[in-house]
Design a protein around this ligand. Sequence first.
Ligand code: CKU
Length: 606
Amino acid sequence: MERSMLYPVTTRTRRAVSLDGMWNFQFDPQSQGVNDGWANGLPAPLLMPVPSAFADLFTDKDSREYCGDFWYETNFFVPGEWEGQEVVLRFGSATHRATVFVNGQEVTRHEGGFLPFNVRVTDLVRFNQDNKVAVLVNNELHEAMLPAGRTTTLSNGKKMATPYFDFYNYAGLQRPVKLLCLPKEQIVDFTVNHRLDGADAFVDYTVETTGEKDCRVLVYDKEGNLVAESTGKTGTLHLENAHLWNVHASYLYRFVVQIVDGETLVDEYTQKIGVRTFCIENGRFLLNGKPIYLKGFGKHEDSDLRGRGLDLVTIKRDYECMKWIGANCFRTSHYPYAEEMYQMADEEGFLVIDETPAVGFLESITNFLAANQGNGKQVGYFEKETTPQLLENHKQALSDMIRRDKNHACVIAWSILNEPQCTSEGTEAYFKPLFDLAHELDVQKRPRTYAIVMMSLPNTSKGQQFCDFISLNRYYGWYVMGGQNMVDAEAAFHQEMQGWNQVLNGRPMIFTEYGADTMPSEHKLPSVMWSQEYQNEYLDMNHRVFDAYDFVQGELVWNFADFQTTEGIMRVNGNKKGIFTRQRQPKDAAFNFRARWCSLPQDFKK
Ligand code: CKU
């Protein structure tokens, strides 16, 4: 149960109650809360909404930039009729680490800010009464964690987080918190893999439970008709004339997983699942056996006031914008997103490249972003004292992400890192176990990749050989040879592409980043960098290069929308490479993309 990554649902045997709302909240700069008994009640609480980041709700800078320990606390009522069953608390995430207390007692600790965790509290809660949950959260950054960064102390004694990554270090309880009631013998995990045979589909499944009783799986179509059934903890479901899940043409079956004891229903879990296959063959991505060209975005979970807090309104608007512009894919840069985002991708028929929070493993980027704060040193990232701990945390995040997301039709690939340092000796020893683990854990054997930073070239990158497809982050015409130099940028870009052509060995390549910062306020004829006109010229040049190579099988522009970053001389109140503003209104480039993407066939360059 503790390990279960199943999304909480209410069924005949399960209850899932939302604990979202206004919680009590308090900063703990001296880390005194544990000793002073704050788990039993916060001495001077503020109110704080859950889910949300806390940062952008305050009006003073010290609170916004707060780094260190802080607490959330609320009361919850446990119904008396739940007695005799398992009671579980489920956090969608706690950024970046948390210790949970129930009725004053510590019940669990969790490291990593972007994946869910459960804790069983059956023996601690008082039934038919109020109970207290207190969560000690910490948002400090260091080099053995994902995402990486460092924490320093300012002359006034306050801590400051310096991310090694280009997004704001939002923190808190940013995803839903739920109280669950589950049967003692329960379903812990459910896994599917799909095979197509003519008009039919076969779904091989496995159910993991906490006991020995038998299982049954039922499949219902959209109209609610039972279309397949099987018994056993493993088995195969035969879908005659299967409705396949497809891009912009989703079809989701309802899978009902049961533990049964003769006629008695012991546990029941349900999940909507799309049936499809995805693989790479002859340098092409094949969805249900047909070539598909990837068009879309690198994104962020980022919106006004909420920071990275789950916001269904933003999610809805983002999908409407992505449909309007003709996109079919996005990458969850640079961390696994809230589960609600993948559920919507399943419903809307979008392809997702799912990324771990492995970002910031490169000192040149840190020095560049931090400009005046960097230490100027550039050493191998995977030969440090912190590396073994980092690898452990990385494996944990990768396993949890795969376990959580493996049944989503939308998820077509695993991105194992973003822009790591990958040219030094330690690279292979660090990468190999992670790439192996992804294949071992994923029965669908989704293709694996990592986003390769500028300056890591085909002949210098010691990580590219592990990829099933190559993903490049490239900024020719922005960070490299921008402005009037664009003509040289285009030539240099072609030259690099020829190098990659030598090492692809039939693997497709996609662009996981390309983009130019653009202020929605700026127009200029002829263009200058940062103007809307320049963003379009930059994109046209990049697309000319992509279109010249058959092996380029996708383009995910950086970024879907403007997003918040740490302040500094490289960023104007955030990164402005959005095709949409942070408020999700189109820049001029959005119309350029709409014209291109709506006219490119799905099987472009088939
Ligand atoms: C993006 C220099 C490349 C760093 N890359 C990662 C991403 O997180 C950044 O936001 C580029 C950028 O806009 O610089």
